[in-house]
Design a binder for this molecule. Structure first.
Ligand SMILES: NC(=O)c1ccc[n+]([C@@H]2O[C@H](COP(=O)([O-])OP(=O)(O)OC[C@H]3O[C@@H](n4cnc5c(N)ncnc54)[C@H](OP(=O)(O)O)[C@@H]3O)[C@@H](O)[C@H]2O)c1
Length: 320
């Protein structure tokens, strides 16, 4: 193939998984302060399929659009002014978010300081599973909620991409962790550090969770999970509502109960990725990749992800 082109997954309209097409497109070039990264693997996130379907970050796309934000790869070329990375460096990132990053492709360009060094103890597949999910968990727990040792934290959808990392980060911060997940995932979540796991399909979590200081809500308004979370949160505690912001119903229930709420949107943060990489390399945190797909299998990957039962993460292997 020509040096000017690359393989990428594009969409030319919003719709179901079949709008995803693998084709040759122009290879991007780094501007001053940017790096060109050869993508080895791209993580898949719910925002990818929401955007593909015309929701999520759809309003920021222009066609043909290349989806995807999570990248792990190798620096191929650096633009003028870049002094902290060089060709050959292994890096990972959540570049540009929420603007398009075009991660479902063989190359991406982004500001060099969006990238952190890839944790040395894991490969590109595992590293690509981390950025968006891990930054969400980290920023929600540390920056938004300021979780302290000794607090109790409830993580909804603890078995998913964000949740399984939130459980481990909360535990690392010294919190007691209560998690919701279906039963087949309980033993694994306990291994990751959950103190109490609730099968939300059999029990109402508010009947057994006890009182918590912070709720990391990764389910949202479905089944009224966000508003029901208020009843387990102490007065002055916080519900971080991650999927769709703070609904009017959540705001009103929380106001009456004296519980604080926060909307949340993850942000690129290479500094936090360096911290998270250190936790991975020291064995404190591990990332679970349930399935790996070739670029050509991207539609199947979206179908699986949209099923909503993923344990950990799904990743595209862009190098095959
Ligand atoms: N605002 C932001 O910046 C931001 C960032 C990241 C993610 N998000 C959003 O947060 C949500 C979670 O993201 P994710 O990447 O973690 O998703 P994911 O990996 O697709 O989540 C899958 C998991 O959700 C669990 N689950 C589904 N319904 C549940 C329920 N009612 N109670 C408890 N667990 C349930 C499933 O466990 P079982 O099979 O056991 O049911 C499965 O393990 C998505 O809506 C995503 O768009 C927002």
């Amino acid at each position: 193939m020509s040096e000017d082109t690359m393989r990428a997954v594009t969409i030319r309209e919003f719709g179901g998984p079949d709008v995803l097409i693998v084709e040759q497109v122009a290879r991007p070039e780094p501007l001053p302060t940017e790096v060109l990264v050869r993508v080895h693997a791209a993580g898949i996130n719910p925002v990818d399929w929401k955007t593909r379907a015309g929701q999520g970050m759809a309003g920021l796309q222009t066609f043909p659009a290349i989806l995807g934000w999570d990248v792990s790869g190798v620096v191929e070329e650096v633009g003028f002014g870049v002094t902290t990375l060089a060709p050959g460096d292994e890096v990972y990132a959540l570049p540009w978010f929420p603007r398009p990053a075009g991660a479902y492709a063989e190359f991406v360009t982004a500001p060099s300081r969006h990238f952190a060094r890839k944790p040395a103890s894991i490969g590109h597949i595992e590293a690509a599973a981390l950025p968006l999910a891990a930054l969400t968990a980290w920023q929600a727990l540390v920056d938004t909620a300021g979780v302290q040792a000794g607090q109790r934290v409830l993580v909804h959808a603890a078995a998913g991409g964000v949740g399984h990392l939130a459980v481990q980060f909360a535990r690392h911060l010294g919190a007691e962790v209560v998690a919701t997940a279906s039963e087949s995932k309980h033993a694994w979540l306990k291994e990751l550090g959950a103190d109490q796991v609730i099968d939300y399909t059999r029990q109402r979590f508010e009947d057994v969770a006890g009182e918590v200081d912070v709720v990391i809500d990764l389910v949202g308004a479905h089944d009224d999970t966000d508003a029901r979370s208020v009843s387990v949160t102490r007065r002055g505690g916080l519900v971080v509502s991650i999927p769709g912001g703070v609904s009017e119903r959540l705001a009103s229930v929380a106001r009456s109960a004296g519980v604080r709420t926060s909307a949340f949107l993850v942000e690129p943060d290479a500094g936090a990725l360096t911290t998270i990489g250190g936790l991975v390399d020291s064995g404190v945190v591990r990332v679970e990749v349930e399935r790996v797909f070739a670029l050509e299998q991207v539609a199947e990957a979206h179908r699986v992800g949209e099923g909503g039962r993923t344990r950990g993460k799904l990743v595209l292997d862009v190098a095959v």
